[in-house]
Ligand binder design. Structure first.
Ligand code: MG
Length: 269
C-alpha cells in the first residue's frame, strides 16, 4: 500500500468521525433546548388547582429572627405603629388591629391596600399564621400579598397542612407552586422577599412583556423569575387586562387572624 493510499484510507474515517461528533453535538444541544422548553412549559401546563400536581419537597428554614429593618431607600409600609400607608378597599381607614408591633387581620373587615401605587419593586413582608392552627387546606392561616392588587403570593399555613400545590404557602396563586415548602410552624414569624416586575402593555393593551416574580420564603428561593400567565384568580387563569403602571399592594382578609409586621419595599423603576 502506497503512503498516498494509506493517507486517503485514513482520511475517510476521520471525516466520518468529525461528522458523527457534529451530529451528536447537535442532537444533544437540541435535546437540551427541548428539555428547557418543556420544563418552562410544564410549570404552567397543569390545570388550575390540580390535586394531582406534585407538592414540592419540604425544606426546613433557619430559625426566625427579629424584624428585618428597612434599608435607607425603602418605602416603609408598616413599621409596627401606624396604618397611615393603608386604606380599606373603598379608600376608608383600614380597620385591621395593631397590637404589640404587629398588624392582625380583622376577619370580615375586608382586605387593605396601600394608599400609594407601585410597579416594579422589591417587597419585604413578614407574617405569622395563627397558633394553635385551626382548619385544614385553604381554611388554615389564609391571607395573601397582592402585587398591584392583582397578582397574589399566597399566605397560608402549610406546616403539616396539605392543599393543592398552586394554592399552598408562597404559591403564585393558581399558577405556580413554590419550588420548596419552606414553612415555619404557625405562631412563628415568616418572611417573604419578592422581586416583582409588572407587565408591560402597548397603547392598544397588547402585552409587550408579562409580569415576573422571584420570591424567597424564609430566605429560601421559591420562585425563580416565574412568568405570570395573567392576574391570579380562584379556579381560573384569566388573561392580562391592560392596567396602570402603578397600583396598590394589598393584603387579603380571608377570615383568619393572620398577623403582619415589617412591610417595606424598594421601588425598582
Ligand atoms: Mg389567600
Amino acid at each position: 500500500m502506497s503512503p498516498t493510499t494509506r493517507k486517503n484510507l485514513a482520511g475517510q474515517p476521520r471525516l466520518g468521525r468529525a461528522f458523527l461528533i457534529l451530529l451528536v453535538t447537535v442532537m444533544f444541544a437540541g435535546l437540551g433546548v427541548a428539555l428547557l422548553a418543556d420544563g418552562g412549559q410544564a410549570r404552567d401546563q397543569w390545570p388550575v388547582h390540580d390535586m394531582a400536581r406534585p407538592l414540592p419537597p419540604v425544606v426546613t428554614p433557619g430559625p426566625a429572627g427579629p424584624p428585618v429593618p428597612p434599608p435607607s431607600d425603602a418605602v416603609v409600609l408598616f413599621d409596627g405603629t401606624s396604618l397611615e400607608a393603608w386604606t380599606d378597599a373603598k379608600g376608608r381607614p383600614a380597620r385591621w388591629k395593631i397590637d404589640g408591633g404587629s398588624l392582625e387581620v380583622v376577619p370580615k373587615s375586608g382586605g387593605i391596600r396601600t394608599v400609594r401605587g407601585f410597579g416594579d419593586c422589591q417587597l419585604h413582608v413578614e407574617w405569622m399564621a395563627p397558633s394553635p392552627a385551626a382548619g385544614e387546606g385553604q381554611d388554615r392561616g389564609n391571607s395573601g400579598v397582592f402585587l398591584m392588587d392583582l397578582y397574589e403570593v399566597q399566605v397560608l399555613d402549610c406546616y403539616g397542612n396539605r392543599t393543592y400545590a398552586d394554592g399552598m404557602t408562597a404559591a403564585v396563586y393558581g399558577q405556580y407552586p413554590p419550588l420548596v415548602n419552606a414553612c415555619r410552624p404557625p405562631g412563628e414569624w415568616q418572611t417573604y422577599d419578592i422581586v416583582f416586575h409588572r407587565p408591560r402593555f402597548d397603547k392598544d393593551g397588547q402585552v409587550l412583556a408579562p409580569a415576573r416574580m422571584t420570591v424567597f420564603h424564609n430566605g429560601i428561593l421559591v420562585h425563580d423569575n416565574d412568568v405570570l400567565t395573567g392576574p391570579t384568580a380562584h379556579k381560573a387563569r384569566p388573561p392580562y387586562a391592560m392596567h396602570a403602571d402603578r397600583l396598590p399592594i394589598s393584603l387579603q382578609d380571608h377570615g383568619h387572624p393572620v398577623r403582619y409586621r415589617a412591610i417595606w419595599l424598594r421601588e425598582l423603576e
